[in-house]
Design a protein around this ligand. Structure first.
Ligand SMILES: [Zn+2]
Length: 206
């Protein structure tokens, strides 16, 4: 596997205006900052299991400016090679999944390609909206290969209800992990060796 650290950015903060679903008739509501953190936490857990180095660049619950996020990412990348994924959820009415890179042609496009390649296997039932390009601050100012993922639409009621299920969190995390594995050329040989179940020691004193 390539010696690359994965930087995870979870978009927005607790106090960010908007960035939440309507309050649905069943009393549920999705807050994007919280959803992004739940997804990032699950991605991080799975990467750790695979022996892939991972750093959360925004451990705070509050919002951190987009340029500060890029500054943090660039500091890590200056120490050792990184890629970054900024985890978001979409709004504006619609369904499906999309990934964003800048308008420049570079390794970020290669990373986005990995997502597109693995998507149909994990989401045969969901719409792939494809790779899109725009110089959003967080991906524009980040030096390492970097993508922003828009993980389905929280303002479409049916999709939002699904986004709050374990199935959604698990499969969205799996999508990110499979794309990262592909980009890093991870193989089973890279899996950390886990200690066998240790037999409990008994003193037999009684
Ligand atoms: Zn967002």
């Amino acid at each position: 596997m390539k010696n690359i650290t994965v930087l995870l950015d979870n978009g927005h903060g607790k106090e960010t205006a908007g960035k939440r679903s309507p309050l649905w008739s069943d009393g549920t509501q999705l807050f994007e900052w919280q959803f992004n953190r739940i997804v990032a936490t699950e991605i991080e857990r799975r990467l750790n299991e695979l022996g892939i180095k991972c750093i959360r660049i925004v451990p705070e619950d509050r919002d951190i400016s987009l340029s500060e996020r890029a500054i943090r990412a660039n500091k890590y990348h200056a120490q050792s090679p990184c890629i970054m994924i900024s985890v978001h959820a979409n709004a504006g009415g619609g369904h499906g999944w999309e990934v964003w890179t800048t308008t420049r042609k570079n390794k970020s496009d290669e990373l986005a390609r990995c997502f597109l390649d693995v998507f149909p296997k994990i989401f045969p039932d969901k719409k792939l909206r494809g790779a899109k390009e725009k110089n959003f601050t967080v991906i524009d100012k980040t030096n390492c290969p970097c993508c922003l993922t828009e993980n389905f639409f929280f303002d479409s009621e049916d999709e939002c209800h699904w986004m709050m299920t374990d199935d959604a969190i698990n499969r969205i995390s799996e999508l990110h992990v499979e794309a990262i594995k592909k980009y890093l050329e991870w193989t089973e040989e890279d899996r950390p060796i886990v200690a066998e179940n240790v037999v409990e020691h008994k003193c037999n004193l009684v």
